[in-house]
Design a protein around this ligand. Structure first.
Ligand code: LMR
Length: 445
């Protein structure tokens, strides 16, 4: 997926500003509170008119708490601006029968993809109109001002479902108790940078974030890796999080699925909602395999509807594999809006039951798959969900010789990538031998 802000792990808390003289705000919280005063916001919903609530930091470097000036202390960790105002959630939950709040971490939160995604999450478009959420935004030191800007725009949007916004640069703080982690931040490949170097640099970020998730996230956290190379980053992340089920980790290939559906719809002259059962096999790279053999248009096999089979094998396949690159040529940067939409689709596919007979694609850990694909990789495959956040592989998809050959190529690429990052997955010494042609991201030309 498109690259966003790089987040560098820190050893000290970014939220805390320890001071021997007592409680103090970190500079970024201070700014947001100033901003709040400037806006002359009314007192919080359930506070008395004279009560004032502010974010502060306890003397012994504990997490910040929201303190009311009547002396009572509400337990509230790092918070941003208006989200530091604590009000009586319980009463409101009861009257509106809203669900229990869920906590979602987003890395690369100051980047373009996140800028589209966060507002969809906060609006209820992803988890539903009765699901309050907390957003935990991870950025880098370099992006902290931008992160504040994002948080301020979230404040100004007055989303009823958005109950908390925290910003920070330390994954061990930001990932505390999160139930979803959307890992978007990664370093973009610079001019002349070897792909092996990219794997190493980004791999280190995902190793660190895996460790942080392992240490502080909810034990059943669902993790969606978007930062490229997303399959191998997801593998690194899960290897560094042994306490979290490997099944909970995904690499985003939903963007490729959406692109494939669109191309088939265009060729068949139908609207894209008529295309179903679209599998992307393998790596989110130019070796990915968009499966036209098993996809359907209006319930019929694609090959019956589109009789130009040469186009399917060549034109269609390549157009999906290289769509990201074409977009970069047009935009001058990676896709952001459509990536954010595909993240929404990927999450919704896990939290809503899959329509009867259909499936969706996601990069998942290979562990006992029926297709003979090497174990211990993150590989995109067809899946179904009951809507409980979990998924099952679809096990009876037909694979012909054409598909088998193509899938094997993507598998070989992922095995090579895995060798390059052995030092980050705890599997010994890395050995990196990546061919120059078959190891491109969709955006690489
Ligand atoms: C995409 O598929 O659009 C991105 O992954 C492209 C890229 O390489 O950033």
């Amino acid at each position: 997926m498109a690259m966003a802000e790089l987040s560098t792990p820190k050893t000290t808390s970014p939220f805390l500003n320890s001071s021997s003289s007592g409680l103090r705000l970190s500079s970024k919280l201070h700014l947001s509170n100033q901003f709040r005063h400037l806006l002359l916001l009314p007192p919080p919903l359930h506070a008395t008119p004279t009560s004032k609530i502010s974010c502060s930091v306890s003397q012994n470097n504990q997490a910040p708490v929201a303190v009311q000036d009547n002396g009572s202390v509400k337990t509230k960790k790092e918070c941003f601006g208006v989200f530091c105002l604590t009000y009586d959630l319980k009463a409101e939950e009861e009257t509106k029968s809203w669900k229990k709040m869920i906590s979602i971490a987003v890395s690369g939160a100051a980047g373009m993809i996140s800028n589209h995604l966060l507002f969809k999450l906060a609006s209820g478009a992803v988890f539903g109109p009765d699901q309050p959420i907390a957003l935990k935004l991870l950025g880098s030191e370099r992006s902290i001002q931008a992160l504040e800007g994002v948080a301020m725009e979230l404040e100004d949007s007055l989303f009823p479902l958005l109950r908390e916004v925290d910003i920070g640069t330390d994954p061990y703080e930001v990932f505390q108790d999160v139930e979803w982690a959307l890992l978007i931040g990664a370093k973009p490949r610079g001019p002349g940078m070897e792909r092996a170097a990219l794997l190493d640099i980004n791999g280190q970020i995902f190793a660190e974030q895996g460790k942080a998730l392992n240490a502080v996230a909810s034990p059943n956290v669902k993790v969606l890796v978007v930062g490229n190379p997303c399959n191998t980053n997801a593998l690194i992340c899960l290897k560094n999080a042994p306490n979290i089920p490997a099944k909970n980790f995904h690499a985003l290939t939903r963007l490729d699925e959406n692109r494939a559906k669109c191309q088939l719809a265009l060729k068949a002259g139908v609207f894209y909602d008529k295309v179903s059962n679209m599998t992307i096999w393998g790596n989110h790279s130019t070796t990915q395999v968009p499966d036209f053999l098993n996809a359907r248009i209006n319930g019929r096999p694609v090959k019956e509807v589109i009789t130009d089979h040469k186009w399917l094998e060549e034109g269609f396949t390549e157009s999906v594999q290289k769509r990201g690159g074409l977009l970069i040529q047009k935009w001058g940067r990676s896709s952001a809006a459509s990536t954010a939409v595909s993240i929404v689709d990927a999450i919704k596919s896990l939290v809503t039951p899959t329509p009867e007979g259909d499936w969706f694609s996601t990069g998942v850990y290979t562990n006992g798959n029926p297709y003979g694909i090497a174990e211990d990789l993150v590989f995109s495959m067809p899946c179904r969900s009951k809507g409980d956040g979990d998924y099952e592989l679809v096990k009876d998809v037909e694979i012909d010789d054409y598909l088998r050959k193509r899938i094997a190529k993507s598998e070989a690429e992922l095995l090579a990538e895995k060798q390059c990052v052995a030092h980050l997955t705890g599997e010994g010494i890395a050995f990196c031998d990546l061919g120059p042609v078959d190891t491109m991201l969709p955006g690489e030309v």
